[in-house]
Ligand binder design. Structure first.
Ligand code: PEP
Ligand code: MG
Length: 328
C-alpha cells in the first residue's frame, strides 16, 4: 500500500466527485521542512515556533530568530507559511523560563504569557517580519486565544512591530508585506464569539488537540484519563462541525491543524463537515492525499451524519472502520 500511496504523491487532492482539498504541513524544525521539500502540499499550516525555543538554553536573539524564520520562509517562497507565535506554558516548558503552577493547562500559556511579556512577543514578531522582507508568504497566528481583547492587544503589537520594521527597511527599497493575521480556535469560549473574532483577523485555524482537552476537561497528556481523551467524541465532532459552518457564514478562511486532520477517519469527517484545508504532520500527507482521491464528498457527508448521531467515539469508529476497510 505504501507504494500505491507514494505513486500518487503530488497528484491533486480531490475526491472522486470533485471536492478539492488543500493539504498543509505542520512543522517546527527547519529539518521538517527540508526533509519534505519534495511534497510540502499547499504550504505550512502550522509552524510551531516554540520548538526551536525549547531546544535552546536561552531565548534566541532577534537576529537568531530572523535567520531561523528566513530559512523556513525561503523553503517554499510561493506557498503560505503560517508561523504561530510562541506557545509555551502548559505542557511545553522552556528550560530557561520556569513556570510553576498547579494547573498549567489553565494557566499562563500561549498568548497569555506573551502579552504579559510584550518584549518577547515584539522581538519575535519583528524577527518574523524582518525575515519576510522581499517575500510574500508569511502569515502570523496567535495561540490560546480566549477573548476578543487578547486579539486586539496582539494586533496592536503586530502593527507596532510592522511600522518599526517598515521604517527600517522601506527606505532601502525592499518590500515588506503586511502579513495576514489569524488565531487558533482551541479554547471553547471562542466558539461563541466567532463572528466578533472574525472582524479582527484574516483566518482561523482549529487546534483540535487542545479543543478536545478543554471541551472534555481531560488533560491531553495524563495517561490515567487517556481513554477519555478522544477527538472523535461526538461532542467534539459537533463543535468542529459548528466551527466550519460559522466560519463559512462569516466568510473567513478556516484550517484545522490538530492531529485529527492527519488521520484517515478524521480527514473524511472533516471533509464532510466542509473543511477544505487540513494541516498535518508531513508523514501523513501522502496517505491523506491518497485517501481523499478514493472517496466521495457524498459518502463523507453520510459518514459524518452517522458520526454526529453516535453516542460515543467507539460507535463513531465502528462506522468509519467499516468504511475505511472498503478503501484498503
Ligand atoms: C492543537 O492544539 O490542536 C494544536 C495544533 O496545537 P498544539 O498541539 O501545538 O497545542
Ligand atoms: Mg494547541
Amino acid at each position: 500500500i505504501t507504494e500505491r500511496i507514494d505513486a500518487e504523491a503530488g497528484q491533486p487532492c480531490e475526491s472522486v466527485d470533485g471536492c478539492r482539498m488543500e493539504l498543509y504541513i505542520n512543522a517546527g524544525l527547519s529539518a521538517d521542512v527540508e526533509a519534505n521539500a519534495d511534497f510540502i502540499g499547499s504550504g505550512i499550516g502550522l509552524y510551531r515556533t516554540e520548538i526551536p525555543f525549547m531546544l535552546r538554553e536561552r531565548f534566541p536573539s532577534e537576529q537568531e530568530q530572523v535567520a531561523l524564520y528566513r530559512q523556513v520562509l525561503e523553503s517554499a517562497p510561493n506557498l503560505p507559511i503560517t508561523m504561530r507565535t510562541l506557545d509555551v506554558g502548559g505542557d511545553k516548558p522552556l528550560p530557561y523560563f520556569p513556570i510553576n503552577e498547579e494547573n498549567p493547562f489553565l494557566g499562563w500559556r500561549g498568548i497569555r504569557l506573551t502579552l504579559d511579556h510584550p518584549e518577547i512577543f515584539l522581538v519575535q514578531v519583528r524577527a518574523m517580519l524582518r525575515a519576510s522582507v522581499g517575500l510574500t508568504n508569511l502569515q502570523i497566528m496567535l495561540p490560546m486565544i480566549s477573548t476578543v481583547s487578547e486579539v486586539k492587544e496582539a494586533k496592536r503589537l503586530v502593527n507596532q512591530a510592522y511600522f518599526e520594521i517598515c521604517d527600517e527597511v522601506c527606505e532601502n527599497g525592499h518590500g515588506l508585506q503586511r502579513p495576514k493575521l489569524g488565531i487558533m480556535l482551541e479554547v471553547p469560549s471562542v466558539l461563541y464569539q466567532l463572528s466578533q473574532l472574525a472582524q479582527h483577523v484574516d483566518f482561523f485555524s482549529v487546534g483540535s488537540n487542545d479543543l478536545t482537552q478543554y471541551l472534555l476537561a481531560v488533560d491531553r497528556n495524563n495517561t490515567r484519563v487517556a481513554s477519555l481523551y478522544n477527538s472523535y467524541h461526538p461532542a467534539v465532532l459537533a463543535a468542529l462541525n459548528n466551527i466550519v459552518k460559522q466560519a463559512n457564514d462569516n466568510e473567513i478562511p478556516v484550517t484545522i491543524c490538530g492531529e485529527i486532520a492527519g488521520e484517515p477517519a478524521g480527514a473524511i469527517l472533516l471533509m464532510g463537515m466542509g473543511y477544505r484545508r487540513l494541516s498535518m504532520n508531513a508523514f501523513n500527507l501522502r496517505k491523506i492525499n491518497w485517501l481523499i482521491r478514493k472517496v466521495t464528498l457524498e459518502e463523507s457527508k453520510h459518514l459524518l451524519s452517522q458520526a454526529l448521531n453516535s453516542v460515543s467515539h467507539e460507535e463513531v469508529f465502528g462506522h468509519l472502520n467499516d468504511y475505511l476497510e472498503t478503501k484498503g
